[in-house]
Design a protein around this ligand. Structure first.
Ligand code: ADP
Ligand code: MG
Length: 725
């Protein structure tokens, strides 16, 4: 079928669609985590001593001894086989935003041809997927291409079901044969332990006698679009680039605000329930779902979990959403900006740190001691965002996210911290010298007990801030919908670790000078606020005043594009940060920079190629076909003495000619190859010349869409994709 036929038959196909085969829902307690080899399953299937060792490994990441590993592997295999699994796979998280897996059978045959199953501790712990074609940023040459996966026992194994089979999935790290990280999990685990050590130092200095291991937590809110597959399949741009590269605005868009939090369309709700049941089986706590601002846009948010598990679950969730959408005749769009002129999709990463003895350290708490700890941790975040704002900008950089940031629908590309009115006032009074009052015998009543209920009220939140305190956590709101949450989590944990280490040094010095606890804390925080308080901003992040003031008055950086942001990964400051905290070596960081910049260049390149192809082979021909019809009609009517206004034909001729010259210009820009081996120059070429070139082609194409007869138009229109369900 031609694209045009696909488009014209889509609506009928959608209307005639068979209803999704629904069965009665299963009870939550029956499906919850039923496909997870979790602590409860382990307790049931392991000996007491093996279970004890395994539990310690889960909680602290302590290595297993080989005998226990064998016992665990055997139990895991029996459990998986009982679920119908015949294969197992180490699943890992390479430097792309997707997951990777290599499947192996449990089966081995013995001498007389009988099949037996085998799965030992060493197979469980280590796999060798080769993986020479995973992006590694020069960390491996192909002749030394071996990459290893190793089981991460802190993230539970699970069984992944497909229509007629199941596979045991083992969450794993992925590294080179020299032990360098080739993935997103290793640095996340390392950043967590760096944060743990630094936090312990601070808490012990603050007189806490019992301090359990600290962990970071993450709850990610995922926005996405659903488009009927009949339309999506007729849009090569959605299939290849995940976003529309063309499309005139729909006469009705999101201006009525009638979709946001409206009733969920039945077909979408059926889809949601289906994929959430699958999540429940996998122990992923789906908690809220609702419509989002743009038509066809929705959100799902699971309940927060330990960051490492949440990151794995987030990846898994994106996979399940995409495949389930397919089964329901939708295409699920995780791209940050699928439709021009409508809100894009983000992923708000809610993050906090805590442990079982002190609780959540970003929760103000109710006692003066809890308040002091909270102020130190919150101050540490402020310092981190100020010092490493460009790093935070770099970890959310992608070709897709560039369309959102700073476009008045998502936070600006300037990193600032929103604290809320009350907490901001507290930090301001610290900045203006509360320490000296305290030293003179003043009291420390900061009114923190009120902050908690106040900031938790979403009505009081500042939606224009990229990094907002929301009562007991920070919400990094600038993350892109298609991105892995690991990069942001690694950056947040690491800057926190660095700041807590600085605070510990300063506290030690203050105590050495004989200051008592509240005065020491206020003194350290005063110094911190004097140096870094400029990053705290409670105003409108979308306003143009802020864009000017942030840079001119406060010295913050505005980093508009990925091409500008990615080089910030490899500055001396950032290298020092990651080296000091032991999260990434210089070589590992350089390799990431290389991989991410290559991904950026490739994705803009694919889009630009596609723009050229679609403009030449679909849009221009449609315009010419209609133009031919028009001119023939005008001419034959003229021969009958009927005069027809030739201006519509002329308008098409003009737009089509402009389209083709924009296409030629873009094609020449694509042919440029001389960047003196400078990846920075190449990225800038993409960010400026290619993006502008694509926009130019699009403008003329979108004009043509409003001139050419509907029946000739090859690509499904915005109004169809957004409103027909
Ligand atoms: P909103 O849309 O108001 O921001 P949601 O309920 O949609 O709130 O999402 C908030 C997310 O933050 C959820 O995933 C929630 O579990 C998570 N969250 C709540 N408390 C914490 C915390 N202490 N640390 C990390 N994440 C949290
Ligand atoms: Mg939120």
């Amino acid at each position: 079928m031609s694209a045009n036929e696909l488009r014209t038959t889509a609506t009928t196909a959608i209307v005639d669609r068979e209803p999704f085969d629904t069965t009665m829902p299963e009870a939550l307690n029956e499906i919850w985590a039923s496909d997870v080899f979790d602590v409860t399953t382990m307790e049931e299937s392991l000996s007491k001593s093996a279970f004890k060792e395994m539990k310690a490994a889960v909680q602290t990441g302590a290595p297993l001894d080989p005998t226990t590993a064998d016992v665990v592997a055997a139990a895991m295999k029996d459990w998986a086989l009982s679920k119908g699994a015949k294969f197992f796979s180490h699943v890992f998280y390479p430097l792309t935003n997707i997951t990777a897996e290599k499947h192996d059978g449990f089966i081995v045959t013995n001498g007389d041809g009988r099949a037996i199953t085998e799965f030992t501790g060493s197979i469980l712990i280590k796999g060798e997927p080769d993986g020479s074609s995973f992006p590694n940023g020069s960390l491996r040459t192909t002749n030394a291409a071996r990459g290893y996966t190793a089981w991460d026992p802190t993230s539970p194994a699970y069984v992944m079901r497909r229509a007629n089979g199941a596979t045991l999935m083992i969450p794993s790290v992925f590294m080179s044969w020299t032990g360098e990280s080739l993935d997103k999990k290793i640095p996340l685990l390392r950043s967590n332990s760096a944060m743990d050590s630094a936090a312990k130092r601070v808490l012990e200095l603050m007189g806490e006698t019992e301090v359990a291991t600290l962990n970071s937590s993450c709850g990610a809110e995922q926005e996405y679009f659903l488009v009927d597959a009949h339309f999506a399949n007729a849009r090569p741009d959605l299939l290849l680039a995940g976003r529309t590269l063309f499309g005139a605005p729909s006469p009705k868009g999101q201006e009525f605000d009638d979709h946001y939090f409206g009733a969920i369309p039945e077909r979408v709700q059926v889809f949601m329930q289906d994929f959430e049941d699958q999540m429940y089986r996998l122990g992923i706590p789906a908690k809220t779902h609702h419509n989002e601002v743009a038509p066809g846009q929705f959100e799902i948010a699971p309940y927060f979990e330990a960051a490492n598990v949440a990151a794995d679950h987030q990846q898994l969730m994106m996979t399940i959403m995409t495949s389930t959408a397919k089964a329901h005749g939708f295409m699920c769009l995780l791209h940050e900006k699928p439709f021009a002129g409508l809100n894009g999709s983000g992923k708000h990463v809610n993050w906090s740190v805590g442990n079982s003895t002190q609780g959540n350290l970003l929760d103000p708490g109710h006692t003066p001691a809890e308040n002091l700890n909270f102020l130190l941790f919150c101050g540490a975040v402020i310092r981190g965002v100020h010092l490493y704002g460009p790093l935070l900008r770099a970890v959310i950089a992608s070709a897709g996210n560039d369309h959102r940031l700073g476009a008045n629908e998502a936070p600006p590309a300037i990193l600032s911290v929103y604290l809320g009115e009350q907490l901001e006032a507290v930090f301001e009074s610290i900045r203006s010298g509360i320490a000296s009052d305290l030293a003179d015998g003043g009291t420390m009543d900061l009114g923190l007990a009120q902050i908690l209920p106040f900031s938790r009220d979403p009505g009081d939140r500042n939606r224009t801030s990229p990094f907002a305190f929301t009562g007991n956590r920070f919400e990094f709101r600038a993350v892109g919908s298609g991105q892995s949450v690991s990069g942001p989590l690694i950056a947040m944990n690491t800057i926190l670790a660095d700041s807590l280490a600085w605070i510990a040094d300063e506290l030690e010095a203050a105590f050495a000078r004989g200051l008592d606890k509240p005065v020491a804390v206020a003194t350290v925080l005063q110094e911190l606020m004097e140096m870094h308080g400029n990053v705290v901003f409670g105003g409108d992040g979308y306003s143009s005043d802020w864009h000017a003031d942030a840079v001119a008055e406060r010295g913050l950086r505005n980093i508009p594009t990925t091409a500008d942001a990615l080089p910030e990964l490899v500055t001396d400051e950032v290298k020092g940060l990651f080296e000091r905290t032991g999260v990434l070596s210089e070589a590992e960081l350089e390799s990431r920079y290389e991989v991410y910049s290559e991904q950026y260049i490739l994705s803009i390149g694919v889009e630009a190629d596609l723009v050229v192809e679609l403009a030449r082979t679909m849009i221009y021909p449609a315009a010419m076909k209609y133009l031919a019809e028009l001119t023939t009609t005008v001419a034959s009517a003229g021969s009958l003495g009927i005069e027809i206004d030739p201006s519509p034909a002329a308008a098409i001729g003009t737009a089509a000619t402009a389209l083709m010259s924009a296409v030629d210009a873009l094609e020449s820009a694509l042919a440029v190859e001389d960047f003196d081996e400078s990846v920075e120059k190449h990225m800038q070429h993409c960010a400026e010349t290619l993006r502008d070139g694509m926009d130019a082609v699009r403008t003329h194409a979108d004009t043509l869409e409003t001139l050419v007869a509907d029946a000739h138009w090859p690509l499904p229109k915005y109004r169809e994709m957004l409103f027909i369900r």
